[in-house]
Write a protein of this length. Structure first.
Length: 200
């Protein structure tokens, strides 16, 4: 059972692109109308990729439901386009060559296991996204990432540790906390193209 309809997903992706386009032109955030459901607090990530190579161009979001979805979506779209430290700010001429993807998240839940090796069976590829935390270190990978890279659960755990700047095998350490979440993902099939629900 989906929390969001295909139409709501389409609205989210179109809004992300519209926000970025308006911000590039005038450093202004457009006044958008969202479904009432978007007033509820929710985590969200916006991903921008080069088409058709699927090369990442920016990805930033909010794992926890700290803002209404409408606000979190606008914030994440702007951040993915202009504030991802891995990439230079998106330029106007790039808009025709990139696709937008929006991931609507469930709240993260801590994965509790008696033995660390049980983490391997607690994580389901194609369903779960992961967050790892130890002290000030924190890393997140969306559910689509291990699918796109063909990872098994062990690789997924290792790569999430590396994303946080932690040792690859930190998942074996009981002082390290893992959280999982799921996402409904909607994407453009090409720049300014049709928007579809992404199946993992």
């Amino acid at each position: 059972m989906y929390a969001y309809t295909d139409k709501e997903g389409e609205i989210a992706v179109k809004a992300a692109r519209q926000v970025v386009e308006e911000y590039i032109k005038a450093k202004n955030v457009p006044a958008l109308t969202f479904p009432e459901k978007f007033n509820a607090k929710s985590g969200v990530f916006t991903t921008i990729s080069r088409h058709p190579a699927h090369e990442l161009r920016g990805c930033i979001g909010y794992p926890e439901p700290i803002f209404p979805l409408s606000e979190a979506l606008v914030r994440s779209a702007i951040a993915a386009a202009f504030d991802d430290p891995r990439f230079p700010p998106l330029q106007k001429e790039e808009l025709k060559d990139v696709v937008f993807e929006v991931s609507l998240l469930t709240p993260p839940e801590e994965i509790k296991v008696n033995k660390r090796k049980e983490l391997l069976s607690a994580v389901e590829i194609g369903r779960d996204g992961l967050i790892v935390e130890r002290g000030l270190y924190r890393g997140l990978l969306l559910p689509q990432v291990p699918v796109e890279w063909g990872w098994k659960p062990k690789q997924f755990l290792e790569q999430t540790c590396l994303k946080a700047g932690l040792p690859q095998n930190c998942w074996k350490d009981s002082s390290v906390q893992f959280y999982k979440f799921t996402a409904e993902i909607f994407e453009e099939d090409e720049p300014y193209g049709n928007i579809r629900r992404k199946k993992l």
